[in-house]
Design a protein around this ligand. Structure first.
Ligand SMILES: Cc1ncc(COP(=O)(O)O)c(C=O)c1O
Length: 394
């Protein structure tokens, strides 16, 4: 018997990377050597002391029961300590910090906590696809706001002021921005908070890339909204601490926001495994030197990824931060998606088309820094051969 699925599934598709990863696995099984520059899943390891802390906790008889829904008090304290050192933001670990199982999951929890069917959500185009899916799963509608190269990939507040946002409850913002690598600025966060306050829209700042190849001091929207009256922030250990598979994220905000999201969370999951929390708490105490070393590795990789793009005729701008390079296709490439499909089949290099992130990404491509230098040099050599073959007269 075939059971009909719920109507809400018609509003979303299978996640792009879920489908693409399956395709790459099939290619690999058939003997292709694919260099995957698609997903931002750090291949570097967390610190040795992080693994040791988790292992110690694993041997502790008290670690195997359900963990508290709000997580262990020492993890919340570690999060608050990290926010104060890294972002200069003071949080009450008892009331303003809620560890969550990854920030992707957190996007759905926030959407379930704040959206009613028929509400409107402002989502960046281009932007992380999960904002749209979560809004739709919660029965809300999405209004995309344009980020364009001309506007420095920043919200156009004049256009937003003119829009009818009476039904709008949430606005997702993400600086440093994925996919474009646009850094945050204190001025931008101030403007966003003022906009949210005026329009009575909760500004949800998704901030997982703040520590990666960021030349300035990492910034949090809570710096512009110290009492978190108009905003909340999501953060994650996935990228900054090489712990994507551990699923450790967090929500930072007003006590009321924490309690609202906890209502959803405590009805959906049963807490974070205590050894994972022990590792996470240890990771959060990493000295600046640890982050500098990680960024030095990414900086070298970024040079190579830029060279790959240049070889393919794509151009990129300096000043991007985060775990990716965002590059523009030359006019001679009519379809970026088709071009990148051929790059995968002919050269075994997987780079994500910018269209995955929205209409404004159509002419762009997005490559991650999560492959080691040897693989990137191999990708560069394949890109060179491909470009050479295309230049040769037929
Ligand atoms: C902008 C953005 N937000 C959130 C996430 C989710 O990260 P995680 O769920 O691993 O914390 C990602 C992952 O790629 C991302 O790019």
């Amino acid at each position: 018997m075939i059971y009909p699925t719920a109507g809400r599934l018609t509003a979303i598709g299978e996640y792009y990377f879920s489908k693409k990863t399956a395709e790459i696995r099939r290619m690999t099984e058939n003997g292709h050597d694919v260099i995957n520059l698609g997903i931002g899943s750090p291949d570097l390891s967390p610190g040795r002391e992080v693994i040791a802390a988790a292992a110690r906790s694993l041997r502790d008889a008290g670690s195997h029961a359900y963990a508290p829904y709000r997580s262990m008090p020492w993890l919340r304290k570690a999060v608050a300590g990290w926010y104060s050192r890294a972002y200069g933001v003071v949080l009450d670990p008892e009331k303003q910090v809620l560890p969550l199982l990854g920030s992707k999951e957190a996007i759905l929890y926030v959407s379930m906590a704040y959206l009613n069917p028929g509400d409107l959500v402002l989502v960046p185009d281009p932007g992380y696809p999960a904002y749209t899916s979560a809004a739709r799963l919660a029965g809300a509608s999405v209004r995309y706001y344009d980020l364009t190269e001309k506007n420095g990939w920043l919200p156009d507040f004049k256009a937003l002021e003119k829009a009818d946002l009476r039904r709008c409850r949430l606005m997702w913002v993400n600086y440093p921005h994925m996919p474009t690598g646009t850094p945050a600025s204190a001025g931008l966060f101030k403007e966003l908070v003022a906009f949210g306050r005026r329009k009575k829209i909760l500004i949800c700042s998704d901030n997982p890339y703040g520590l990666i190849l960021n030349n300035g001091r990492p910034l949090s929207i809570l710096g512009a909204d110290p009492r978190a009256e108009t905003s909340l922030e999501l953060n994650s250990l996935s990228k900054s601490f090489n712990m994507a598979g551990w699923r450790v994220g967090m929500l930072l905000g007003a006590e009321e926001t924490v309690n609202a999201v906890l209502k959803v969370k405590s009805n959906v999951d049963s807490g974070m495994f205590i050894p994972v929390q022990a590792g996470a708490a240890k990771a959060l105490s990493a000295p600046e030197e640890w982050h500098r070393r990680r960024n030095a590795v990414y900086a070298k990789r970024r040079d190579l990824v830029r060279m790959i793009f240049s070889e393919l005729g794509f151009s990129w701008s300096a000043g991007q931060c985060g775990l990716f390079v965002w590059a523009k296709a030359p006019d001679s490439v009519p379809s970026v998606e088709k071009f990148l499909d051929r790059l995968l089949t002919e050269a075994g290099i997987f780079i994500t088309p910018g269209s995955v992130f929205g209409r404004n990404g159509l002419r762009y491509a997005h490559a991650s820094l999560c492959a080691d230098e040897m693989r990137l040099k191999e990708a560069l050599s394949r890109a060179r051969s491909l470009a050479g073959a295309r230049r040769r007269p037929k």
